[in-house]
Design a protein around this ligand. Structure first.
Ligand SMILES: Nc1ncnc2c1ncn2[C@@H]1O[C@H](COP(=O)(O)OP(=O)(O)OP(=O)(O)O)[C@@H](O)[C@H]1O
Ligand SMILES: [Mg+2]
Length: 208
């Protein structure tokens, strides 16, 4: 039986990593075989690409180089990890996926939407998330949370209007595909958000 592919999206500090871990624990307790992954990354090659992408010293990186690096990481991830997991009936939970490129490289970096869509389509080779959770939060709050972690990465160093464009990019995607996306208010408590995610996921992937 085919498994399920669930992705988490949202701006820096919105709570993706917190919530994906909670959902992973919940699903494992329910007896599901899960795979927890992230982008950029998820593979040995992807993790090396991740380090290049997030390095705050890489100020000269062009938007196009950034896009290609994301898509290279994604192509490897889909082939090496995501497709095999879904084909073997597992639930794969991924912290960011192709929607991140639509929001960051197109809506925020302003690369042409058609270009980003086309490269995304090539990299994902037909696989689409069954469900995508967007944790929606204002950039001031998200960045404040993210900064507690320490040295800001290349994206966290961007200006507020960049993060505002990312946020709006996500909300526009959700509007276009309301069946795939769940938008949750990221300002609720960790526990409230977790419960909301479980309730949405239960109906989408028929959990017992
Ligand atoms: N609902 C919440 N309310 C208050 N604080 C939260 C909430 N969810 C997460 N946090 C805290 O905010 C910080 C950022 O959360 P987290 O790392 O999960 O965000 P993220 O979306 O994964 O960020 P990034 O995109 O930078 O990886 C953490 O310190 C976390 O404990
Ligand atoms: Mg995170």
């Amino acid at each position: 039986m085919r498994g399920k592919f669930i992705t988490f999206e949202g701006i820096e500090g919105c709570g993706k990593t917190t919530q994906i871990k909670l959902l992973d624990e919940y699903l494992r307790k329910k007896g599901f075989e899960t795979v927890l992954s992230r982008e950029p990354g998820g593979t040995k090659i992807g993790d090396k690409i991740r380090a290049i992408l997030l390095d705050p010293e890489h100020k000269e990186m062009t938007p196009l180089a950034e896009l290609f690096l994301y898509e290279a990481s994604r192509a490897q991830h889909v082939n090496e990890l995501i497709n095999p997991a879904v084909e073997s009936g597992k639930v794969i939970l991924c912290d960011r996926f192709a929607d991140s490129s639509a929001a960051y490289q197109s809506a925020a970096r302003l690369l042409p939407k058609d270009l980003v869509d086309e490269l995304n389509n090539i990299a994902i080779a037909g696989i689409k998330p069954d469900l995508t959770v967007i944790l929606d939060i204002n950039p001031e709050e998200g960045l404040k949370r993210a900064h507690v972690r320490g040295k800001p990465d290349r994206f966290e160093q961007e200006k507020m209007d960049f993060h505002e464009r990312v946020r709006n990019g996500y909300l526009a995607l959700a509007k276009k595909e309301p069946k795939r996306f769940i938008v949750i208010n990221g300002r609720k408590t960790v526990e409230e958000i977790h419960k909301e995610i479980i309730s949405c996921i239960s109906s989408a992937i028929s959990l017992k």
